[in-house]
Design a protein around this ligand. Structure first.
Ligand code: NAP
Length: 277
């Protein structure tokens, strides 16, 4: 892994086209794997670079090239796209990674590099679900702070970056995250470090062993962390679901890595071998 990925191809040369995938999700890894298997990649006409924020100590390595660490805002990202003469940018970050998503939209606007947002669909409420939608994590904490919920045992599965919003809760909180959380946490807590995919059986056991009364989740979508919702439904538990931030307006959207690969084929592969201006 390098801070800046592969060296930039000389501008104006008929070299490889670079696609930058802003990653950190299973969908980003899947897209990188799909692109890395294309004929264009095989004949080195296409370089796929996945970018990670660099905050996970042992990230799952994607196929293709990898860079790690922030770009230094939208301007830094725009500079990277220009320096690598990028043919396209795919924002395949987590639906709640709002800052990098805003920077990607800004950088694409400034550079003219085509941008695609790869976002897995959110979860949908089904029969038997007892969901309460929250505008954001602060709103979720307000719902839990309700006097009628003061004896509840809460399962916070929002990820470590959002835990500070719940620090004022008096209830017992089971906290599950991939990396150790920061210092601002609910006082009565138990922390479990674990990373999906999870199973319904495992989630059932967790809810039972910790005598959980209410689950808190972000609307992350996807199959790997959905079993907690199934387990909550089976037990008739209420779930506080934090709504996603709105995607930037005007950016085309793909729901699956396959859709994203098809979009890239239309936007990048067509001129892969065309002489560069
Ligand atoms: P964020 O708040 O939108 O981003 C904060 C800063 O981190 C960005 O301004 C950017 O720094 C850097 N950054 C984020 N993603 C990056 C990437 N893929 N490559 C390079 N720099 C990146 O994002 P976040 O919520 O901290 O999430 C960080 C990463 O973890 C994302 O890649 C996301 O997909 C993944 N993730 C997030 C969540 C979540 O719930 N938020 C859950 C699972 C995975 P600069 O401004 O310096 O460029």
């Amino acid at each position: 892994m390098t801070p800046d990925g592969p060296p930039a191809p000389p501008r104006g040369a008929a070299g490889a086209r670079t696609v930058l995938v802003l990653g950190g999700t299973a969908e980003a890894r899947c897209l990188a794997a799909l692109l890395d298997r294309t004929p264009a990649a095989a004949r080195r006409a296409l370089t796929v670079v996945t970018s990670l924020a660099g905050r996970t100590s042992q990230p799952r390595r994607p196929d293709g090239a990898l860079r790690s660490g922030g770009f230094g805002g939208a301007d830094g990202l725009a500079a990277w796209l220009r320096a690598h003469d990028a043919a396209a940018l795919v924002d395949a970050t987590h639906p709640f990674a709002a800052a990098i998503t805003a920077h990607a939209a800004q950088a694409a606007r400034h550079t003219g590099v085509p941008l695609l947002l790869l976002r897995r669909p959110g979860w949908t409420q089904g029969p038997g679900d007892r969901w309460h939608w929250a505008r954001d994590t602060a709103d979720a904490a307000r719902l839990l702070a309700d006097e009628r919920r003061r004896d509840d045992r809460v399962f916070l599965s929002t990820g470590r970056q959002d835990l500070a919003a719940f620090a004022g809760l008096g209830q017992f909180c089971l906290i599950r995250c991939v990396e150790p959380p920061g210092p601002v946490l609910p006082v009565r807590r138990h922390v479990v470090l674990d990373r999906g995919p999870f199973t319904v059986e495992g989630e059932r056991a967790l809810l039972r062993d910790h005598r959980i009364d209410v689950l808190v989740t972000k609307d992350s979508g996807g199959a790997s962390t959905a079993p907690k919702l199934t387990a909550a439904r089976e037990s008739g538990l209420p779930v506080v679901v934090v709504r996603r931030p709105a995607p930037p307006p005007g950016v085309p959207l793909a729901a699956t890595p396959e859709e994203a690969a098809a979009w890239l084929a239309a936007h990048v592969d067509a001129d892969l071998d065309a002489p560069r201006p």
